[in-house]
Design a protein around this ligand. Structure first.
Ligand code: SF4
Ligand SMILES: [Zn+2]
Ligand SMILES: [Zn+2]
Length: 452
């Protein structure tokens, strides 16, 4: 269930007990381990380990510490090593101005040459960055628009850097240092980065998490890193494991895409994947793409949409969850009868219900469904998206008249249930205007969903 994306298992201190280390990793639910080389010799060793152990994959490259003697003949050697079927990345590569073991110019030359290898070979890079944020960000920025995909391991940049890297669709990972007492600033950055942009790593044999600090680190400890991430994000460890494993699948091609989920748990809430169909086609929505959320696959065809009984069976006792939420990559009111049947079961059995909707339920069902919300749906969360009808229509790719439709739905719904209106925090949206409109003119609650 866990993937340790960064463990230097070729280090001499693993020489005597690597079989046991791998065994302990497997017993701790570690499905895969990526071993990144740091020079040509250790890249070869990483490949040898990948050949020997089924759960190991390799990355090949020259670490900034070892770029002193970088020359172009190394390019061909790395390219050759990278053709091995278990080499999933070029790494670890990057910049390290803290130790400064190699001149900066050499580090930059080696780094950019190896990025070019990754583009040529269509493999991601695993990036090491220490005290070199300015140059690092400039270099990464210069590849905007290319196919570059990267993992920023042992992340040490700022929140702004994290945001920018995520916008560029790169991934970030933190090591056991997020468990250290004096690392609250790092945990604060971690708390602002969605798990959907994270990978797990140990950086073995270094960065051993609490309570094993001081000992040699090993992949079985990746669970402690995942537990800390879960704690910071108020999630379950399995939520972190599932989401980051899928991220590793996307970036490195390790593992596989999960089967469709009809219900899915995140934290203490259970979500109902009602449908993948929608009357809208929002520019920011991945409904027609992968339709994955937190490692769950919500992509289902109309024929696969289950009956209410299937959901009810999966829910079991609704009191086991803080709430049952009708929400997926689709508009739940398209299957309003199913929602009602499931909600009735939840309410009769002491559970709480919420429905996330685009607010077009009356238009979709060609009747006013809001009186039916009473005693069935405790909270209706409506996507406001924008107070401006034209902008709304553009964002959702719907007719502008649906803006009024949605407002009308909110006004009517508040007579029967608790209404919350939300916007996605896109930079072009006037959030203050939205908040004022929602709280003062409509008299319902407002929520902003962060988007980056
Ligand atoms: S309304 Fe919701 S499900 Fe439909 S396209 Fe927009 S974001 Fe996606
Ligand atoms: Zn590193
Ligand atoms: Zn490393």
């Amino acid at each position: 269930m866990f993937i340790d994306t960064h463990a230097h298992l070729f280090y001499h201190n693993f020489e005597n007990d690597l079989d046991k280390v791998i065994e302990r990793a497997k017993n701790s639910d570690v499905n895969f381990i990526i071993v990144p080389g740091t020079d040509i010799e250790t890249s070869k060793k990483a490949i040898e380990l990948a050949d020997k152990y089924d759960i190991i994959y390799a990355a090949v490259g020259v670490h900034p510490h070892d770029t002193k003697d970088w020359n172009n003949s190394l390019i061909q050697q790395i390219e050759e090593l990278a053709t091995h079927k278990k080499v999933v990345a070029i790494g670890e590569i990057g910049l390290d101005y803290f130790y400064d073991f190699s001149p900066k110019e050499k580090q930059i030359e080696a780094f950019t040459s190896q990025i070019d290898i990754s583009l040529k070979m269509n493999k991601p890079i695993i990036v090491h960055n220490r005290d070199a944020n300015f140059d690092m960000m400039n270099i990464i920025r210069s590849y905007k628009g290319s196919n570059l995909k990267a993992q920023f391991h042992c992340f040490a940049g700022s929140l702004e850097d994290a945001r920018e890297l995520i916008e560029l669709r790169h991934y970030i990972s933190f090591t056991g240092n997020i468990t250290f007492k004096n690392m609250s600033s790092l945990r604060s950055i971690l708390s602002r980065v969605s798990v959907e942009n994270l990978l797990l790593e140990t950086d073995s044999p270094f960065m051993t998490p609490v309570p094993h600090r001081g000992e040699r680190n090993e992949p079985s400890n990746v669970k402690l890193v995942a537990e800390k991430i879960a704690e910071v994000h108020n999630l379950r460890t399995e939520d972190v494991a599932r989401t980051t494993s899928y991220n590793a699948f996307k970036l490195f091609g390790i593992g596989m895409k999960p089967k469709v989920s009809f219900t899915y748990q995140i934290g203490k809430s259970l979500y109902i994947n009602v449908t993948n169909r929608c009357n809208a086609d929002c520019v920011f929505c991945d409904r027609k793409g992968d339709a994955m959320i937190n490692g769950y696959n919500l992509k289902m065809s109309k024929a696969e949409e289950p009956d209410a009984e299937v959901y009810i069976k999966e829910i079991g006792d609704p009191k086991n969850y803080s709430e049952i939420v009708f929400c997926g990559y689709g508009e739940p009111t398209i299957r309003w009868d199913v929602v009602k049947e499931v909600a009735k079961y939840v309410k009769e059995n002491g559970g709480k219900t919420r429905m996330n909707t685009d607010g077009h339920g009356n238009y979709i069902n060609k009747k006013d469904i809001t009186p039916e919300l009473k005693d069935l749906i405790d909270v209706v969360s409506i996507s406001l998206n924008s107070t401006d009808a034209e902008q709304y229509a553009k964002l959702m790719r719907v007719d502008p008249s649906l803006h009024n439709e949605m407002i009308d739905f909110a006004k009517k719904a508040k007579n029967y249930t608790h209404v919350v209106m939300s916007i996605v925090g896109l930079s072009e949206i006037d959030k203050e205007a939205a908040k004022n409109f929602v709280t003062h003119e409509l008299g319902v609650d407002f929520r902003e969903r962060e988007y980056f």
